[in-house]
Design a protein around this ligand. Structure first.
Ligand SMILES: [Zn+2]
Length: 128
């Protein structure tokens, strides 16, 4: 069902984002996201970053949130939290049943752990 987002013009969204969007955030088609998405794709030369790990150059088909927006809405527009992927690779990042991040998705969460911790450390400083 990963392809269903296409009919809504949301093919670049993570499926979990799409689901979340449908319920909570009806604004994912916004210019802000489109611009941000383009920036991310450009930054990574429009290539699937998971494929690159295996030395394969494949055009990215969507942008995955390493830490899902459904759990971390504040990380939606953090560049380090976004990862261009092919749909095929993306399918290995989520459990099909509940969309939980699994497998290679966990690898990238570990890879971005420092950015993740820094983000909240800095945020706490700003709030306090
Ligand atoms: Zn995803």
């Amino acid at each position: 069902m990963r392809g269903t987002a296409n009919q809504f013009g949301l093919s670049f969204l993570c499926e979990e984002d799409y689901m979340y969007n449908k319920i909570v955030r009806p604004s994912l088609k916004t210019k802000k996201w489109e611009k941000f998405r383009d920036k991310i794709l450009r930054k990574y030369n429009y290539l699937c970053q998971e494929s690159l790990r295996y030395g394969i150059s494949e055009p990215a088909e969507m942008v995955h949130h390493i830490f899902p927006v459904s759990e971390y809405p504040e990380l939606e527009f953090q560049e380090w939290n976004c990862l261009p992927l092919t749909n095929k690779r993306h399918n290995t990042f989520h459990d099909r049943k509940n969309d939980k991040v699994i497998g290679q998705g966990i690898f990238w969460q570990k890879k971005r752990k420092r950015e993740f911790l820094n983000f909240y450390k800095n945020q706490k400083n700003e709030i306090l």
